[in-house]
Design a protein around this ligand. Structure first.
Ligand code: NAD
Length: 462
């Protein structure tokens, strides 16, 4: 399916229509919002085959990975929002002093207005629609900008969205830099962006011109610590799954390992066993393994591998025509290795050896705060030490990626790995304004005497 970019001349009209729809109150009622969320749920569940096909064309994504990492999760987010919306949107009374004892003092959850959601290509369904669940639930009108790097998914969503959701309130705008740049000239009430930090700075700069708040879901080099005492087979299995899921193109994939010296041979052996168990002896024929999204990324990854001084101890097979890179483990990289420079974002897992995990802590702290941090250990003291002496968006002990799908855990980065977080109720909160409200009684005027002039001496003594 080819992706048609939205004509530049259409963009201002689309934006202003959505703004008008917001002010006309189209998205205001909770019943309307629930109905739209049911529409979004149905869009996904009734078009499962077409979605599978589109995401497969973009990323060769296995259906199970689509279900776990994208469609199943977005559907669950819809269900949670529909179920809890009345509670989430309800006014919250606050305690007051004697002066307001007879007033109605509370916090309202108002929609922000018109919001923009910009998605990334690696989870093209989830990263666009999961934030949309929050934006719809909170009563906003929404511009959705899918990633043009996953064109089949973007085209399919464009074809389907208006069949399931109210076009007056929710519209997709397609395009690349030119279209997005024009879009960003408009005033939005919130911009929710997922992608690289480099573009994140452009988004934040454009938002600053209108003083628009942003959520930035960015990336980083997420480390995984492995201590000497672990169950090596289980550790390798969980790490191999986390790293090679979506062919390593996951923002929270374990980027590299920090392993206590002495277990590396057994660990490498266990990685090879896990890769064999998951994908068979010829990974290129496995239906459970994805592909690199495009040639640019493939060549970027190939060049990283070529320039690394480490030793390939698993995988390393490449097929440029098929955009195939096998699950690859590289042993003996040091902090200056090419693989340790930027986020890898592909199926290459470098292993850095340390004598003590504390060296790894120092290494992590010399870099930017990562989006995720993983620790594999049986030693509670070591785990606590690492958690207490590092910073990251999220942290998981003895597993990888799985915090992403717990909807009650706010998901997001810190520092250069992101600003803000979402999922579950947090998504609703991101797109809501906590509006302080004080509804004063016209009675009890006597209570106000103290604040009115003339300010006698007696009035200042309380
Ligand atoms: P991408 O190329 O799909 O870009 C993301 C979005 O930015 C797209 O919609 C694109 O059209 C838009 N864009 C690109 N250049 C632009 C420009 N100059 N001006 C305005 N808009 C522009 O995705 P990517 O950036 O390659 O994504 C990969 C990065 O995203 C990685 O660093 C990864 O870790 C991060 N990521 C983070 C999360 C998260 O949830 N925190 C999830 C996925 C990816």
């Amino acid at each position: 399916m080819s992706l048609e970019y939205t004509p530049l001349s259409d963009i201002p009209k689309i934006v202003s229509n959505l703004r008008s729809a917001y002010h006309a109150g189209v998205t205001r009622s909770l019943e309307y919002r629930k109905q739209q969320l049911r529409g979004l749920y149905n869009l996904i569940s009734e078009n499962d085959a077409a979605i599978r096909d589109a995401v497969f064309k973009d990323l060769h994504k296995p259906p199970a990975e689509l279900m776990i990492g994208e469609s199943g999760m977005v559907k669950q987010e819809c269900i949670d929002a529909i179920k809890n919306l009345d509670k989430w949107a309800a006014n919250r009374a606050v305690k007051t002093g004697i002066v307001n004892k007879f007033d109605n003092v509370h916090i309202r959850k108002d929609p922000l207005g018109l919001v923009l959601i910009i998605g990334a290509w690696n989870y093209p369904l989830n990263l666009l629609l999961a934030p949309a669940v929050g934006a719809i639930a909170a009563g906003n009108t929404v511009v959705l900008k899918p990633s043009e790097v996953a064109p089949n998914t973007a085209a399919l969503l464009t074809k389907l969205l208006h069949l399931y959701l109210d076009q007056r309130a929710y519209r997709i705008i397609n395009g690349a830099v030119e279209e997005t740049s024009l879009l960003l000239e408009h005033k939005f009430d919130h911009i929710f962006y997922t992608g690289s930090g480099q573009v994140g700075k452009i988004i934040m700069g454009a938002a600053a011109k209108h003083l628009t708040p942003v959520t930035l879901e960015l990336g980083g080099k997420s480390p995984a610590f492995v201590s000497r005492d672990v169950d090596i087979a289980i550790t390798a299995r969980r790490l191999a799954w986390g790293k090679f899921f979506n062919c390593g193109q996951t923002c929270i994939a374990p980027d590299y390992l920090i392993v206590e010296r002495g277990i590396e041979d057994k660990l490498v052996e266990a990685f090879n066993a896990s890769i064999q168990e998951f994908y068979g002896s010829d990974v290129s024929k496995s239906a459970s393994y994805g592909r690199i999204v495009n040639k640019n990324h493939f060549l970027r990854l190939k060049s990283l591998l070529d320039q690394s001084k480490g030793k390939i101890v698993a995988g390393g097979e490449l097929d440029e025509d098929d955009l195939f890179m096998s699950p690859t483990v590289v042993l003996g990289v040091d902090k200056d290795d090419k693989l340790m420079e930027g986020e890898i974002f592909g199926p290459i897992l470098p292993i850095m050896l340390v004598d003590r995990l504390v060296e790894g802590v120092k290494h992590v702290n010399r870099g930017d705060q990562p989006l995720a941090l993983y620790v594999f250990s049986k030693n509670k003291k070591a785990i606590d030490y690492i958690l207490d002496h590092t910073r990251s968006g999220g942290v998981v002990v003895n597993d990888a990626l799985v915090h992403f799908i717990v909807s009650n855990l706010p998901f997001g980065g810190t520092g250069p790995s992101g600003i803000g977080n979402y999922h579950g109720k947090r998504s609703f909160d991101v797109f809501s304004h906590e509006r302080s409200a004080l509804i004063k009684t016209m009675g009890m005027e006597k209570l106000n005497d103290l604040r009115y002039p003339p300010y006698t001496e007696k009035k200042t003594r309380w």
